[in-house]
Design a protein around this ligand. Structure first.
Ligand code: MRU
Length: 352
């Protein structure tokens, strides 16, 4: 199964998702600017994968730093961390992973003075930072497998399943969040019929979900976003599964623009709506979805991208929020790596 971020032979490699499905090309990240640009431009995207890329990216951006003491190293590390954090605002995993890396660094200060020289000490610090990035990647992969097992317990053989955006292996360290149960079901002959929303404007559903599922032999049908109500009404959908970029303490979940509309439709048609949320995506410091900062992207993504020529009047006003917030009342259950959470979310997420 393809993975979006690899650290191999001292090189940080990112599968350039802007080239999919036409071309499978890994690009090397050498500097903090490379990492920032790759996240900003969605070469690497999906909340957990952004976290993994940021953690390794922070490491590669400081691995050649030479300083005279710990404080100078920590100061420069902090400014790289702050810089990478400005790449995208909504997915909390970006900040979570960067904070975790910094906590690991600061925790080492007390254990210094074991090595005979500061230079050796510094090498040790860098090795530990690499290990932390590797742990973030490994734990995300394990978490996805675990979400896959919990998620599969909610699904039955032969079900029709609708998904929006891409919360698959491309969006995580491996396996995906909401696509993990589909892959596990595929291995066990569940015979799911997946419907993938194309996901305007950046087409993560068409370019990424349809690509990765069909590559693994899953029965997947691509539909336009505005066809979701029709397939629901026709009885083709038994469950909706989606990922999440940030879940607030009350269970409101920010995910790719269009998710909340699908959730409202699912409720109307009596279809369960499951949001897959690793605990690294739960932000208990944000009380409700209204406090989640929603990224706004350039209007050219709506009017020009993917079209041979501009398909809207020149100079037209556009509004392009990249995410929306699904109100917790539309979410049937939240699937985490630690288990399935049901309402009341305010209480039950905190118990996790
Ligand atoms: O803008 P993107 O492509 O990074 O948005 C990704 C999504 O909204 C995913 O559905 C979400 O990150 C969950 S990924 C497991």
């Amino acid at each position: 199964m393809i993975v979006p971020v690899k650290y191999e032979m001292d090189r940080l490699l990112i599968l350039d998702q802007t080239l999919l499905p036409g071309e499978e090309r890994y690009i090397e990240m050498r500097t903090k600017e490379d990492v920032w640009e790759a996240i900003k431009k969605l070469r690497v995207r999906g909340a957990p994968a952004i976290g993994v890329a940021a953690a390794y990216g922070l490491y590669i951006a400081v691995r050649d730093l030479k300083t005279d003491n710990f404080t100078d190293f920590a100061t420069q590390f902090h400014s790289v961390k702050e810089y990478i954090a400005t790449s995208r605002p909504t997915a909390v995993n970006l900040f979570w992973a960067l904070e975790r890396m910094e906590r690991r660094l600061l925790a080492m200060e007390d254990g210094l003075c074991f090595a005979p020289s500061w230079n050796q000490e510094l090498e040790h610090i860098k090795e530990e930072l690499l290990k932390e990035a590797e742990a973030i990647r490994r734990e995300d992969e394990e978490s996805c497998l675990s979400m896959g097992r919990h998620g599969l317990s909610l699904l039955k053989r032969g079900m029709g399943i609708l998904t929006h955006c891409n919360a698959g292996t491309l969006a995580t360290a491996k396996y995906g969040t909401c696509l993990a149960p589909i892959y596990l079901g595929q291995e066990q002959g569940y015979g799911f019929k997946v419907f993938a929303d194309e996901t305007r404007p950046l087409l993560q559903g068409a370019r990424l979900t349809a690509w990765e599922l069909s590559k693994e032999g899953v029965d997947v049908t691509l539909i336009c976003d505005n066809m979701a109500a029709t397939v629901m009404k026709q009885g083709k959908i038994d469950a909706v599964v989606v990922g999440c970029d940030r879940m607030a303490a009350n269970g409101d979940g920010a995910n790719k623009i269009g998710t909340s509309g699908v959730a409202v439709l699912a409720k109307e048609f009596g279809i369960p709506f499951y949001m897959f949320v690793p605990t690294s995506t739960i932000d208990l410091d944000t009380p409700t979805g209204s406090q989640i900062q929603i990224e706004e992207r350039p209007g050219e993504e709506i009017c020009e991208m993917w079209y041979e020529k501009n398909m809207a009047p020149a100079g037209i006003k556009t509004y392009n929020p990249a995410f929306d917030v699904t109100d917790h009342k539309y979410i049937t259950a939240v699937v985490t790596e630690k288990g399935i959470v049901y309402p009341p979310y305010g209480e039950n997420l905190r118990k996790l």
